[in-house]
Design a protein around this ligand. Structure first.
Ligand SMILES: Cc1cc2nc3c(=O)[nH]c(=O)nc-3n(C[C@H](O)[C@H](O)[C@H](O)COP(=O)(O)OP(=O)(O)OC[C@H]3O[C@@H](n4cnc5c(N)ncnc54)[C@H](O)[C@@H]3O)c2cc1C
Length: 269
């Protein structure tokens, strides 16, 4: 089985994010592997371990986990972290023309690389912690013409039947969903607890294959993506207003009514 895990490098959640014109300033801040993508890597590792004769991931498992990322060259750091967790190899699509790509361009580029990789399963996080659109997995499935099991907090893979089954909680209930391979799956943070890379994993990750591909190498003309060919325009950016002070209700005999009035005003009740 070949699994692709889509991972993104994002500004560290702890740093204050600033806009650079109409886009987030991603280059002037510390960058990390998108937290939520660690759950997708962990789930891929667990699937391989459960279906490996040795019980572990890696070349002897008979399966392969490839990380796929579109981003600047320094995204290799995020990919090395994923490799140190246990993925086998990584592909970074990096090209100056890709700067400013919106979600439609991002999914187009990722889908092109996935389509040429003979994958059975694509795993994604549910969202990036910078742009937070939560759209790439569905867009990938659409572009590839594959089934999608998105936001599944429980996943069962039957390798012998090339079949995936997932559980998704929505506002109206719990859905049991399934699909035959090939399938795109996105997972939230409740699905597992990602492992920490071991020292051996960190050292071993330095020797694992990490290929950087340009747009030309994957067969795209520079003028079809990025700032030169945007599908989306950011019309306006307004800084988030500072948090207002809370209201303190002191009970001097009418506290209950005041609380109810407040909750009604906020449309909580
Ligand atoms: C005008 C404009 C310019 C933009 N310029 C940039 C820019 O220069 N750089 C930039 O990073 N973003 C840029 N963005 C944001 C960009 O559209 C999104 O970051 C990108 O399309 C992915 O969407 P998302 O981050 O909301 O992913 P989501 O849909 O929230 O991500 C879900 C999952 O998809 C996968 N995924 C998402 N992005 C990637 C990726 N790049 N590689 C591999 N897997 C991925 C991960 O598994 C992730 O957990 C721009 C947006 C607009 C509108």
């Amino acid at each position: 089985m070949k699994i692709a895990v889509c991972v993104k490098q994002v500004p560290d959640s702890w740093v204050e994010k600033k806009m650079d014109g109409q886009v987030i300033d991603r280059l002037g801040v510390d960058a990390v592997l998108n937290d939520l993508d660690e759950y997708a890597i962990e789930e891929a590792l667990r699937i391989v371990e459960a279906n490996s004769p040795t019980g572990s991931a890696g070349s002897e498992s008979g399966h392969e986990i490839s990380l796929i990322c579109m981003g600047p060259e320094r995204a290799t750091e995020a990919l090395r972290k994923g490799l140190s967790m246990g993925a086998d190899n990584a592909i970074l699509i990096s090209d100056p023309s890709l700067a400013g790509s919106d979600s439609l361009a991002t999914s187009l580029v990722l889908a092109k690389v996935i389509a040429s990789g003979n994958f059975d399963l694509v795993m994604c996080g549910t969202e990036s912690t910078d742009a937070r659109m939560s759209v790439i997995p569905a867009m990938l499935a659409e572009r590839l013409g594959w089934a999608q099991l998105t936001h599944v907090h429980k996943l069962d893979i039957d390798v012998s039947k090339s079949y995936a089954q997932g559980v998704r909680s929505t506002e109206i209930g719990i859905e049991n969903i399934s699909a035959d391979f090939p399938v795109v799956v996105s997972v939230p943070d409740k699905i597992n607890v990602p492992r920490y890379p071991t020292f051996k994993g960190i050292m071993g990750s330095k020797k694992k294959p990490l290929i950087i591909k340009t747009l030309d190498e994957i067969g795209f003309a520079a003028e079809t993506v990025g700032m030169l060919a945007p599908w989306t325009a950011v019309n306006d950016v307004i800084p988030r207003p500072p948090k207002s002070k809370g209201i303190k209700i002191v009970d001097t005999g009418n506290g209950g009514n005041e609380l109810v009035a407040f909750l009604e005003e906020q449309r909580v009740i």
